[in-house]
Design a protein around this ligand. Structure first.
Ligand SMILES: Cc1cc2nc3c(=O)[nH]c(=O)nc-3n(C[C@H](O)[C@H](O)[C@H](O)COP(=O)(O)OP(=O)(O)OC[C@H]3O[C@@H](n4cnc5c(N)ncnc54)[C@H](O)[C@@H]3O)c2cc1C
Length: 389
């Protein structure tokens, strides 16, 4: 395993570090998701103006044509600087790569620049009440109409739907009786402000409403909003889902969790808990899990440097990250101790509710972006070569 960096990659990392040192600001506390989104738009616009958003995209679309190694290095620098995540994550991580792979030149010209600048946020209209892990069973229909389609159905768990200008939507364009179910699906860009789109926020246990139900009632979608080919949506969705976490995900998470662990270690020390066997065991476990992720990341960097693909381990990474984030969140509440049920309050509540919020959020980690059971099935079949269950 060769871990040495090329001089141009070192120079690239140094340029990113210098910009981030001069410009990165800590994320403030927000009173609402709406406030957080507005602040996030301004921050992302600043990043985009300096071309530090979606750096892997071709320069003609506002990227830097950065190599996978450079993307990984950038993400390490970004996380180390404690810079806030760009707000248009669905647009940058899912929609952009999908448009670069399947969109027309006109679609890329129209939609990519406002994704980078966060002028237009996107959401992902894939999951439905009856279609999550088994996405191909989706029932939303797009009927042909003059110059386009009429879209009807219901989506659910749509992150940031209430703030999005467009939604990337999977809909059935052929009856299951006419085409096998994977082959009768198309991918459409839905204008979230069009008549017939109704967004109903779902309030989570944290009190926030980051995601929503989306009802679609004969929503007109113009023909030029088709992404890819008619009935070719499953292929398009494959690209989207392959980018759901992307190769940069484990690098960002490594640095974030290193920072969480350091903070929790300090808090445990402050509260005289380092000799508590449960706390000591939890810290050791978190340390080991993080070391494994770091070793995995070094191996990935070495592979990317040689021009190889990261390998079939993205399901392992998702599973390992889920365990790590959930264990660390449990540990945080053990250290916070009696203040665990509190939501706010300085002094008596270290972190003022931050660790409690993190613990509640961590419950979603084993569901979002593919459940842990599905990741285990993929590992069993595609990595270990076990027979299908
Ligand atoms: C925080 C968050 C954000 C999300 N954001 C979005 C979004 O923006 N857009 C979007 O489209 N979706 C989004 N989702 C939805 C997410 O993709 C789905 O929740 C996920 O795919 C699981 O689908 P489901 O909820 O329908 O559960 P189901 O698929 O119904 O699964 C229920 C249970 O059955 C298990 N199970 C299902 N099939 C199998 C199997 N074959 N073998 C073994 N066990 C199985 C699952 O592991 C799970 O425990 C989000 C979810 C979360 C939690």
């Amino acid at each position: 395993m060769d871990l040495s960096l090329r001089s141009e990659d070192e120079a690239f990392a140094a340029e990113a570090r210098a910009w981030l040192e001069a410009n990165a600001v800590p994320t403030p506390a927000f009173a609402s998701v709406a406030e957080e989104i507005e602040w996030g738009r301004a921050w992302q616009a600043r990043l985009a103006a300096a071309r530090w958003v979606a750096i892997a995209w071709p320069p003609e679309y506002g990227g830097r044509g950065a190599s996978p190694v450079q993307v990984a290095l950038f993400n390490l620098e970004y996380a180390r600087a404690g810079a806030p995540q760009p707000v248009n994550r669905v647009g940058i991580n899912l929609v952009g790569p999908t448009l670069l792979a399947h969109g027309s030149a006109e679609q890329r010209r129209r939609w990519l620049p406002p994704i980078l600048s966060a002028e237009e946020l996107w959401c992902q209209l894939y999951s439905e009440p009856g279609a999550g892990s088994d996405l191909a069973s989706l029932a939303t229909r797009a009927e042909p109409a003059q110059d386009g389609w009429l879209l009807s159905g219901q989506k659910v768990w749509t992150s940031y739907a209430g703030f999005a200008r467009f939604g990337m939507c999977l809909a059935r364009t052929a009856a299951e009786a006419d085409l096998p179910r994977h082959r009768g699906i198309s991918c459409l860009a839905v204008d979230m402000t069009a008549p017939g789109v109704e967004v109903r926020p779902l309030v989570q246990i944290t009190g926030d409403a980051e995601f929503s139900e989306v009802f679609l009632d004969e929503v007109f979608v113009p023909g030029h909003h088709l992404i890819g080919t008619v009935h070719g949506g499953w292929n398009v969705a494959g690209t989207t889902l392959a980018h759901e976490r992307g190769t940069s995900f484990p690098f960002k998470e490594q640095v974030l969790h290193e920072s969480y662990l350091a903070q929790l270690w300090g808090l445990a020390e402050e509260r005289g808990l380092l000799d508590d066997p449960l706390v000591a065991d939890g810290l050791a476990q978190a340390f080991v899990e993080l070391r494994i992720l770091r070793l995995h990341n070094w191996r990935t960097l070495s592979r990317l440097g040689k021009g190889e693909e990261p390998g079939p381990e993205s399901s392992w990474v998702k599973l390992a990250w889920t365990g790590m984030t959930q264990h660390l969140s449990e540990l945080a509440l053990q250290i916070v101790g009696q203040a665990s049920p509190l939501w706010a309050g300085a002094g008596a509540n270290p972190g003022q509710g931050r660790w409690q919020r993190q613990w509640l959020w961590s419950k979603a980690a084993s569901i979002a972006g593919g459940t842990s059971e599905i990741q285990r099935a993929i590992i069993a079949e595609r990595i270990l070569g076990l027979p299908r269950g």
